[in-house]
Ligand binder design. Structure first.
Ligand code: ADP
Ligand code: MG
Length: 566
């Protein structure tokens, strides 16, 4: 077709490309992993769509990926017969960064190459990584089910613009041709490419094929035959279905990068086959770093559901509760029907059972980290602690397990990190102490300097400092831990129980007596604005403090709701 259009990249794409080429160059061969990963996703999507529309597979039922090169033309090609893209999809997915969290990502960039390389890794750049080694990329694609003449060719040198043209494409799927930069000829080498595929993409469940290399004695025969033959370079079986003993840590890590679309290694994983009423395989990962869109309600990526190796859907809410939305991986169910629809899944008791089992598994994995690898757990807590805390209010059945995993700042804490568990606290409780005391505040400094803490300091009683946004919900949903009530020190009449000695009681009485005249005057002056003015022995340095009623909202929560416009 003669009609060729030139379109501009979204501004962010331009910026990202330059940055990425510089920061990922030292690990440039990952471009192949990214292109193969996309081809594999495209096959998953096609398999899924073909369940409701089997005709989509008619022209070619064997899904595969092919990697080939042309030394003379200096090109490298990755082709798949997956779902393909329509013209609009090409513009949306290849000309734009559709990812949520993009704005935050760009805000986080510092201009320091080292730091930015890390961020880029965290953000993930996928398709664009082709430009690390190519000075021109040509993508030709045709959506499954569309006519041969509705193919689309996208081409770009990665400098702000790309062209689009309509082309004939006899077979469905996508072909990406990389025109290699000067000096990148190492990728025009069969052995090198096979090595990269095996290193990064062995776990891909469909065959990644390369041209069979003729051996010396076959040479003559080969020359006579013009037919090219291809062979799979990878194992081409679903990684999670293999025996654990046959999977190396490196393979687990590479598989993670593919399912999670993450460039960093995972923090931990758990791989198990569950038998019983529900039979399924789970391979679940805890990422090492929070993605940019962790708090974006729109985000879709989560755990992937397969039924007997066939991809069904990717949906956090149905397979993982919201407070475990950082978990990535695969669940492969043996007993669900293949033609299961999203609607059926929403109602499915079988899925509920699998979900419950997987939640237990994740919480168990975290508990294991907390017990056996304090450093890793601390880093998990820094990245995802805020999210896990939501579980206290969200997952009643697992409240106890979640409570054990929580970490807080505390008046007894030695560092500025939130590293005190409720169990630590209980273990340090004073003789006669019955409650777990906490204070909520907007900042750590505000909490530490609160007049409410004075009496606790005097008596050497530890107080947890709850200073994160979500802590108000923790405070209002978690009422006890191991039989000990949680008590806000800023609420109601302070009852220290057995911790109060005779001297305290005398002091309180004396204070009340001495303050009577002044209390009366203060109460009259404040009038309707307060419920009550009371003398107290709980302050040692401050002249006065505000206390809310036992059943009233805390002052901090009140401020939060106000700032949220409620
Ligand atoms: P991600 O894979 O994390 O979504 P990429 O940059 O790797 O990000 O790819 C962007 C999008 O482009 C994909 O989500 C997909 O919609 C589309 N895409 C890329 N490669 C292919 C392909 N081979 N077949 C079909 N769609 C593709
Ligand atoms: Mg990708």
């Amino acid at each position: 077709s003669a009609h060729k259009e030139t379109l501009g990249f979204q501004a962010e794409v331009k910026q990202l490309l330059q940055l990425m080429i510089h920061s990922l160059y030292s690990n440039k061969e990952i471009f192949l992993r990214e292109l193969v990963s996309n081809a594999s996703d495209a096959a998953d999507k096609l398999r899924f769509e073909s369940m409701s529309n089997p005709a989509l597979l008619d022209e070619d039922g064997e899904l595969k990926i092919r990697v080939s090169f042309d030394s003379a033309a200096r090109t490298l090609t990755v082709a798949d017969n997956g779902i393909g893209m329509s013209r609009d999809e090409v513009i949306e997915h290849i000309g734009t960064i559709a990812k949520s969290g993009t704005r935050k990502f760009f805000e986080a960039l510092t201009g320091d190459a080292q730091k930015d390389a890390n961020l880029i890794g965290q953000f993930g750049v996928g398709f664009y990584s082709a430009f690390i080694v190519a000075d021109k990329v040509t993508l030709t694609t045709r959506r499954a089910g569309a006519a041969a003449e509705s193919g689309v060719r996208w081409e770009s040198t990665g400098h702000g613009e790309y062209t689009l043209e309509a082309v004939d494409k006899p077979n469905r799927g996508t072909e990406v041709v990389l025109h290699l930069k000067e000096g990148e000829d190492e990728f025009l080498n069969d052995w090198r490419l096979r090595h990269i595929v095996r290193t990064y993409s062995d776990h891909i469940s469909l065959p990644i094929e390369m041209k069979t290399v003729a051996t010396a004695d076959e040479e003559g025969k080969e020359a006579a035959e013009t037919e090219e033959t291809f062979e799979a370079v990878n194992q081409a079986s679903a990684l999670w279905a293999r025996a654990k003993s046959e999977i190396s840590d490196e393979q687990y890590r590479e598989f993670y990068k593919h399912v999670a679309h993450d460039f960093s290694d995972p923090l931990a994983w758990s791989h198990a086959r569950v038998e019983g009423r529900q039979e399924y395989t789970e391979l679940l990962y805890i990422p090492s770093r929070a993605p940019f869109d962790l708090y974006d309600r729109e985000r879709k990526q989560g755990v992937k559901l397969y039924v007997r190796r066939v991809f069904i859907m990717e949906d956090t809410e149905k397979l993982m509760p919201h407070y475990l939305r950082f978990v990535r991986g695969v669940i492969d169910a043996s007993d669900l029907p293949l033609n299961v629809s999203r609607e059926i899944l929403q109602e499915s008791k079988d899925i509920d059972a699998i979900r419950a089992g997987c939640i237990k598994k994740v919480l168990g994995m975290l508990d294991d980290l907390a017990q056996n690898d304090a450093d890793k757990y601390a880093s998990f807590w820094r990245e995802f602690g805020q999210v896990l805390k939501e579980g206290v209010g969200e997952d009643f059945a697992n409240k106890e397990r979640i409570a054990k995993l929580l970490r807080f700042h505390s008046t007894a804490g030695e560092s500025d990190a939130a590293d005190v568990s409720l169990a630590d606290y209980v273990g340090r409780m004073k003789e006669g102490q019955e409650k777990i005391y906490f204070i909520t505040a907007e900042t750590l400094a505000a909490a530490k300097n609160s007049p409410h803490l004075e009496v606790f300091k005097k008596k050497g009683i530890e107080v947890l400092l709850l200073v994160d946004r979500v802590d108000e919900w923790v405070g209002s949903h978690l009422h006890d831990f191991e039989g000990k009530a949680l008590q806000s020190v800023a609420k109601g009449e302070l009852d220290l129980g057995a911790l109060e000695d005779e001297a305290d009681k005398v002091a309180q009485q004396q204070a009340e007596e001495a303050a009577k005249p002044v209390i009366g005057r203060i109460a009259a002056a404040l009038g309707e604005r307060v419920k009550e003015v009371r003398a107290t022995a709980r302050l040692t340095d401050s002249p006065a403090c505000l206390v809310v009623g036992e059943h009233d909202m805390s002052a901090h929560l009140e401020r939060l709701l106000k700032s949220a416009g409620q």
